[in-house]
Design a protein around this ligand. Structure first.
Ligand SMILES: [Zn+2]
Length: 146
């Protein structure tokens, strides 16, 4: 017994759905990429809290076995207001909920992150030379922003 399949006789006029879905996914991907590349150029630095202090920073003796780390925690302790005005380019504000570079030194996070350490060292160096927060932000953007 023979019979023809009913589906073979159907000829659709519209674009098949899978192609539409694929097109939509592609458009979203392109849009997301544009947003990401626009953002990578200039990060948004937080405004430093005027009353911020180093009271919540971890003590540097905690890292006595690692001189560079303990030194940098000491540097951070000297300039809490500067660090509180800096975006940390390890992007911890996105993945760890940090407010600013200062947050990295309120936990062990900074001790294990070369970007946090170098950014704090640079900030301290420039601040000691009398450079403004704006100048420090620009240097940080130039070093890690692209
Ligand atoms: Zn960080």
């Amino acid at each position: 017994m023979k019979h023809s399949s009913p589906s073979s006789s159907r000829v659709g006029g519209a674009v098949p759905t899978p192609i539409l879905v694929l097109g939509a996914i592609l458009l979203v991907a392109v849009a997301l990429r544009l947003v990401a590349s626009a953002r990578s150029g200039s990060a948004s630095h937080p405004e430093p809290r005027p009353a911020v202090t180093a009271a919540s920073l971890l003590p540097s003796v905690r890292y006595a076995a690692h001189p560079r780390i303990s030194q940098t925690y000491d540097l951070a302790r000297e300039i809490p207001q500067v660090l509180d005005g800096l975006y940390c380019y390890c992007h911890c504000s996105e993945h760890s909920g940090h407010r600013s570079l200062l947050s990295c030194f309120e936990a062990d996070h900074g001790a294990g992150c070369d970007i946090c350490l170098r950014e704090a060292e640079l900030a301290h160096q420039m601040h000691t030379r009398g450079e403004s927060l704006e100048a420090i932000r620009a240097a940080v953007d130039a070093a890690w922003g692209v």
